[in-house]
Ligand binder design. Structure first.
Ligand SMILES: CSCCC(=O)C(=O)COP(=O)(O)O
Ligand code: MG
Length: 261
């Protein structure tokens, strides 16, 4: 891996979270088990609340879309007359969440519920988000050099803000100019990156996207976004083709901004 010069036209750095700013182990060993261990109790406690019902409705819609998939777990339609047995309905939602999580699905519905569940844990100080040690110093440096820094993660915007607001480095939310999640589109679709550029008010070639997932890098590249694939401990391996096609960095400090050359 070598130092990567950031093209002069880049004024926005767009960051993935899991595997890029944050170890996959933090997500897989802390965030996701929290959801699995607490989802039933969470639904039982919050079932009557509007936010929880919105989450369930979104999961139900997703379950309908997924009904053709092998092993899909349905969520029965609500009768609308309040006569449904909540225990039975909650168990169906729990089973659906477990099924989606077993496949590491990145659906907006699952991510919305997860974000709402993590809120209590972060706010109570039971969890603090981990960032690789090069992340915060690099973001500060980029911003001092006039770069804008945005996040694009499958995790919901609310969850992203929880991570940046409650990290082992303290509240670093102010280091981020804005957040995008799958509501703008999926990360493996090039149209999502065009929409992000338009929402920021720049051209796609003004953006450098850093991610650990080569399918996301390819989608961004197709939209004329500059990309680098981030190789971190614990990330999935890359094929030889991917290694030769993409610029690779092992640390954000491998990026060299035009003014610092
Ligand atoms: C706020 S990120 C929580 C982790 C998560 O749920 C996730 O799906 C991360 O995906 P990413 O797009 O950041 O790789
Ligand atoms: Mg990632």
């Amino acid at each position: 891996m070598v130092v990567l010069s950031v093209p002069a036209e880049v004024s926005v750095i767009l960051l993935d979270i899991e595997g890029t700013t944050t170890p996959i182990a933090f997500v897989k060993d802390i965030l996701f088990p929290y959801v699995k261990e607490n989802v039933k109790e969470y639904l039982q406690t919050h079932w009557e609340e509007e936010e929880c019902q919105q989450d369930v409705n979104l999961l139900r819609k997703q379950a309908e879309e997924d009904s053709h998939l092998d092993g899909a777990v349905p969520i029965p339609a609500a009768s609308g007359n309040g006569a449904d047995d909540p225990h039975w309905m909650i168990q169906a939602v729990v089973d659906n969440v477990y099924w989606q999580m077993s496949l590491d699905r990145k659906t907006t519905a699952l991510k919305q519920l997860q974000g709402h569940m993590w809120r209590a844990a972060f706010k109570a100080g039971h969890m603090k988000a981990e960032f690789f040690e090069d992340v915060v110093p690099a973001i500060r440096k980029w911003r001092e050099a006039g770069m804008k820094v945005y996040i694009y993660s499958s995790g919901s915007v609310e969850a992203q803000k929880l991570l940046f607001g409650h990290s082992t480095e303290g509240d670093i939310l102010e280091l981020v100019d804005g957040h995008f999640d799958t509501r703008i589109g999926h990360k493996v679709e090039s149209e999502s990156y065009r929409k992000i550029a338009s929402s920021i008010g720049c051209s796609t070639n003004n953006i450098l996207f850093l991610t650990d997932v080569s399918r996301e890098a390819s989608a961004a590249e197709e939209a004329a976004v500059h990309v680098a694939v981030v190789v971190r401990p614990g990330n999935a391996g890359l094929t030889d083709d991917e290694k030769s096609h993409f610029s690779l960095i092992a640390s954000f400090s491998d990026l060299c901004l035009p003014s610092s050359t």
